[in-house]
Ligand binder design. Structure first.
Ligand SMILES: *[C@@H]1O[C@H](CO)[C@@H](O)[C@H](O)[C@H]1NC(C)=O
Ligand SMILES: *[C@@H]1O[C@H](CO)[C@@H](O)[C@H](O)[C@H]1NC(C)=O
Ligand SMILES: [Zn+2]
Length: 319
């Protein structure tokens, strides 16, 4: 039995497919349970906000469920996870990219990116595409009660295709949470610039998801079953929250904070949902192995996948 997850480099975006349009089909999320009289159309800017976060269950019943996020991660109560996950996305190529999404309540890039494989607690391997990432400030999760200045969520949604039966996927989403803390020595992240540069097109020209993980000297993470932290609060998220905060410059942190203060949407100047009850859920702790290179030429991709597969099989064998 494998209690854990791991991510593998994939050749799905290979030399053969990069020149044509990439089609993505995702497993659909479970239908949220709406409170009477509230329709999906109310999920716009006006239906809910961070000022009425205590009452989101009035909009969608699911938001009052027992497996909600975010949570406070009490590290002394965690259990060691059995596998060492690999985080190794294939580099983005010209045919896929991220574009700025028009979300009133966060800064978000949506796009088409690498596939990862994640093992759920029953040992089944689930395949996901990285789909979007967005920010919260201050952080949503806390670690031993501590808030960080910013938290990024990398959202991966299960792939629907001939090889994967969505009915067998419990957690249709796997979300990586990365903390950021203001630092005088931090260098601005290029990938955040299009969000605030009035001359930018809103497209990220060159960006590798591995970059963030490669900046961590300690890849300890916490893993638990939870939910979306915005409506409709679907309880279908395999959460993986990394412990070590990455540095963010005062300039870039202020850009995010100003975005929140510059709107009637954010009278309280934050977009983090309050901490939810753990309700007896288990929190697993582990250490991820991150990619050692950020650019992998196509010709070597299948070799690296073979290597990843070998490491994966070894992981299974040593359980
Ligand atoms: C936008 O472009 C103009 C003209 O090239 C330049 O002067 C200005 O500094 C740019 N603004 C930003 C925010 O980069
Ligand atoms: C998530 O819930 C399932 C049962 O529904 C359980 O088997 C699994 O261990 C849980 N995952 C974590 C990380 O606790
Ligand atoms: Zn989020």
């Amino acid at each position: 039995m494998i209690f854990g997850f791991f991510a593998l480099l994939s050749t799905f975006i290979s030399a053969e497919t990069t020149t044509s349009e990439v089609t993505r089909d995702y497993c659909s999320l479970p239908d949220p349970i709406y409170a009477d009289g509230v329709s999906a159309a109310d999920f716009g800017a006006t239906g809910w906000s961070y000022t009425n976060a205590a009452n989101w269950a009035d909009f969608v019943v699911t938001c009052g469920g027992s497996f909600q996020s975010p949570i406070d991660i009490i590290t002394s109560g965690t259990t060691q996870e059995a596998v060492q996950p690999q985080i190794n996305y294939q580099s983005k190529d010209a045919a896929v990219g991220y574009e700025e999404a028009n979300k009133p309540y966060t800064k978000e890039y949506e796009g088409e990116y690498s596939e990862i494989e994640v093992t759920d607690a029953s040992g089944s391997i689930i395949r996901y595409y990285a789909k979007q990432f967005h920010i919260h400030t201050p952080s949503e999760h806390t670690i031993d009660g501590k808030y960080y200045d910013l938290e990024i969520h990398f959202v991966h949604q299960a792939i629907q295709d001939d090889e994967q039966d969505c009915n067998k996927v419990k957690n249709k989403l796997t979300v990586f949470g990365l903390m950021f803390q203001e630092s005088q020595s931090a260098v601005d992240y290029d990938v955040f610039k299009p969000w605030f540069d009035s001359n930018a097109t809103g497209e990220v020209e060159s960006f590798d998801l591995n970059d963030f993980f490669q900046k961590m000297s300690d890849t300890t993470y916490y893993h638990y079953n939870g939910s979306l932290t915005t409506l409709p609060c679907s309880q279908t998220v395999n959460w993986v929250v990394f412990q070590q905060p990455l540095p963010i410059s005062s300039t870039q942190l202020k850009q995010f904070q100003d975005f929140l203060s510059d709107s009637t949407l954010f009278p309280i100047k934050h977009n983090n949902r309050p901490i939810q009850h753990l309700n007896g859920r288990k929190i697993l702790k582990g250490t991820a192995i991150t990619a050692s290179v950020s650019e992998i030429p196509d010709v070597e991709a299948s070799f690296v996948q073979t290597l990843s597969m070998a490491i994966m099989i070894m992981n299974i064998l040593i359980q």
